[in-house]
Design a protein around this ligand. Structure first.
Ligand SMILES: [Zn+2]
Ligand SMILES: [Zn+2]
Ligand SMILES: [Zn+2]
Length: 358
């Protein structure tokens, strides 16, 4: 994730909606994929300091403050490209849901930032019935005197034909951590959910009807095996004993689709975190880290095995440091994973696919 400079010289971050130094309003220019401070002219238009062009805030920015993206005035849509992808928002008659919706939208924008940097196709439902859409849904619960008694209808986080559903409670840290404990996982984050589920969407788009299907099956396994049976077996018996020899996570061993989605999510963790490290001019062993998102033109980067190996080596060194720093602060490991050689091959497959698609 990159940082940007305000006109006043202050650093601006992807999530900002105001410069804390000069108080200018700030927004993410959805057409240029950069943050910019803005001056508001006499017609109420937001003039981006970055390019001098006129924008208006996304309706979810001006009305609800859950978005910080800006739409060029020439574009008819009242919502930004990210908010246009949201199909169902939480019930706003519950005051606490506004904060949770904000977190959902923020994590979605973070996902889209990386997806756009990788130049992967994003199509909404208005353009294609199989297009991408997000639903942020709540469990139906029975309450007594304001306390949750039982869950009447459980919302499953998942993907189906372009529709990504995320259970709203994943935006609440306490509930998410509780779920992580119940599921015996070492990593569970909101951005992780978005990255994982986007993997299912991109499997449909990039693999399903493509000439890559055989290569996919050779690496990840045959996805035609019964998904429901695999799921039930996984939760009844746990992961296969040797999962860590060929998968990036225990859950990845459940079914080839989940292996793909988990590996895809890791690829996005990797390229985003390396870009952040690069942005802060981090270097390891006196060598600058590789930045897979440099220049915004990933397809111009080398496809060579060497470049991928450097990327992976940098990632392993960086996460070793990241984990050690977290332990010094008494926190859980930021990246509690080991990447076995077989999972490296899977990441390499995704790396080449993304390069060739972008
Ligand atoms: Zn400023
Ligand atoms: Zn928006
Ligand atoms: Zn999945």
């Amino acid at each position: 994730m990159k940082t940007y400079s305000c006109k006043c010289g202050n650093t601006l971050y992807f999530v900002n909606s105001q410069c804390l130094s000069c108080q200018r309003v700030v927004g993410f220019l959805s057409d240029e994929q950069v943050i910019s401070a803005c001056d508001i002219d006499e017609h109420g238009q937001w003039i981006a300091c970055r390019n001098g062009r006129a924008y208006r805030p996304c309706k979810n920015y001006s009305d609800h403050n859950v978005c910080n993206w800006l739409v060029p005035v020439a574009v008819d849509d009242h919502l930004c490209p990210s908010c246009l992808l949201t199909d169902t928002i939480p019930d706003l008659s519950k005051p606490e849901n506004m904060k949770l919706w904000f977190r959902m939208e923020q994590a979605k924008r973070h996902l889209l930032y990386t997806i756009n940097k990788l130049e992967l196709p994003v199509t909404g439902k208005s353009d294609n019935i199989h297009g991408l859409a997000f639903r942020f849904l709540e469990d139906e619960v029975e309450t007594l005197y304001g306390r949750e008694l039982t869950i009447k209808k459980l919302v499953l986080t998942g993907h189906s034909d372009g529709v990504i559903t995320i259970n709203l409670k994943e935006a609440e840290a306490a509930k998410r951590i509780k779920m992580r404990e119940i599921m015996n996982e070492r990593y569970r984050t909101l951005i992780g959910h978005f990255r994982h589920e986007s993997g299912h969407y991109y499997w449909d788009r990039l693999i399903k009807n493509s000439n890559k299907l055989d290569d996919f099956r050779a690496l990840f396994g045959d996805e035609r095996q019964d998904y429901q049976a695999s799921l039930e077996r996984y939760y009844a018996e746990g992961p296969v004993a040797d999962w860590h020899h060929h998968c990036i996570s225990a859950y990845a061993s459940m079914h080839p689709w989940e292996d793909w989605a988990e590996t895809w999510a890791h690829y996005l963790h990797m390229v985003d975190t390396l870009e952040t490290a690069h942005e802060y001019e981090a270097s390891l062993e006196n060598r600058a880290l590789s930045n897979p998102l440099s220049g915004g033109q990933p397809h111009t980067l080398s496809f060579s095995e060497d470049s991928f190996n450097t990327l992976l080596d940098d990632w392993e060194k960086l996460t070793t440091l990241l984990n050690a720093l977290n332990r010094s602060m008494g926190l859980d490991d930021a990246y509690p994973f080991m990447i076995p050689p077989r999972a490296r091959e899977k990441l390499h497959f995704i790396h080449l696919l993304v390069r060739n698609t972008g």
